[in-house]
Design a protein around this ligand. Structure first.
Ligand code: 13P
Length: 346
């Protein structure tokens, strides 16, 4: 058992406290730059810093956000006036999280598939992040649905890496967010997505058990069960909610404190509606809290408004706050589409 067991349990519970979710802002420099580029924002360290400052200094964000996941560059940065981001988060009551994976790379021998790298020296990196104030971590594995894929090889390789990562985190005092993402890209049906998600979660929990990961000291971050973006029969909100919950109930041990979804390319409205329906229909019968750990579905409207211009910061913060609020409502089954009206911006 980890020396940190009690602390890890408390952190995991706090991450999924009722009405709260996790804000993913851990885009690697590559991904962040791609999103900046699309909006004509200079892809410089200073603009990435300014954008992350905008997010972390959003007034009252901790009403809805329990923790935020940072990237390595971000956890070392400070505000314009020199206050470390870690200090800003601690003062705001937002738990510090850190992405520790090295990204999804081509999986040798398996064309079109990826495996997430980053296990080398992971123990010492975790120790450094803990000292910097981090209390949870994230590792994202990617499973692609396509012609003849995913292969068993890809699912098992990713599940194994997730388990190695998770147990290292628990030994070092960080709650692992275990993130197996079945990509929404493609024309697959919701039935096929169910099958692949089911196989993936089965493999992941088998490996977690084998590596002695404590289920009560981790958070699962899955994708929802949903038809591919190019599927000719898009899923309904009820289908996504029903199939996702069924798949989770069949695979996720009751001792896991929480399930916090990624948005994965769904629209803002879909991400909120799906989460809401799961909680409204099943919330009182589920063994774990079901909430959000969104990046795009919380950030995108703020980023598009800001566009690299500091004069837009305050209004962008209001948009970010608004999405956090709506997703918080969805995490307790109290969201409705008429809450979508854009707030009056300053
Ligand atoms: P999205 O919500 O944009 O899918 O991002 C979540 C995340 O952390 C991806 O790893």
């Amino acid at each position: 058992m980890s020396n940190y067991a009690q602390e890890l349990r408390a952190t995991a519970q706090a991450m999924v406290a009722p009405g709260k979710g996790i804000l993913a802002m851990d885009e690697s420099n590559g991904t962040c730059n791609k999103r900046f580029d699309k909006l004509g924002i200079p892809t410089t360290e200073d603009r990435r810093r300014a954008y992350r400052e905008l997010i972390l200094t959003t007034p009252n964000l901790s009403e809805f956000i329990s923790g935020a996941i940072l990237y390595d560059e971000t956890i070392r940065q400070s505000s314009q006036t020199g206050v470390p981001f870690t200090q800003i988060m601690q003062q705001a009551g937002i738990i510090i999280g850190i992405k520790v994976d090295g990204g999804a790379k081509d999986l040798a021998g398996c064309p079109g598939e990826k495996v997430t790298e980053g296990l080398d020296e992971l123990g010492s990196r975790i120790a450094e992040y803990y000292k910097m104030g981090a209390r949870f971590a994230k590792w994202r594995a990617v499973i692609t649905i396509g012609e003849g894929i995913p292969s068993r090889t890809c699912i098992e390789a990713n599940a194994h890496a997730l388990a190695r990562y998770a147990v290292l985190c628990q030994e070092g005092g960080l709650v692992p967010i275990v993130e197996p993402e079945v990509l929404i890209d493609g024309d697959h049906t919701i039935e096929l997505c169910y099958e692949v998600t089911d196989q993936t979660l089965q493999a992941v929990f088998t490996q977690l058990r084998l590596h002695k990961v404590a289920f009560d000291q981790m958070i699962l971050k899955p994708s929802m069960v949903i038809a591919g973006l190019n599927c000719s029969t898009p899923s309904t909100v009820d289908q996504v909610a029903d199939q996702t919950i069924e798949c989770l109930l069949n695979n996720v041990p009751a001792s896991v404190p929480g399930v916090a979804f990624l948005s994965g390319g769904q629209t803002n409205e879909q991400s909120s509606a799906h989460l809401n329906t799961m909680n409204a229909r099943y919330g009182d019968r589920l063994p774990w809290r079901v909430t959000f750990s969104y990046a795009r579905a919380i950030q995108q409207s703020a980023l598009e408004y800001w566009r690299g211009n500091d004069a837009n910061t305050q209004a962008a913060q209001q948009l970010l706050y608004h999405r956090a609020k709506l997703n918080s409502a969805a995490s307790v089954g109290k969201y409705s589409p008429d809450m979508e009206k854009t707030p009056v911006l300053v």
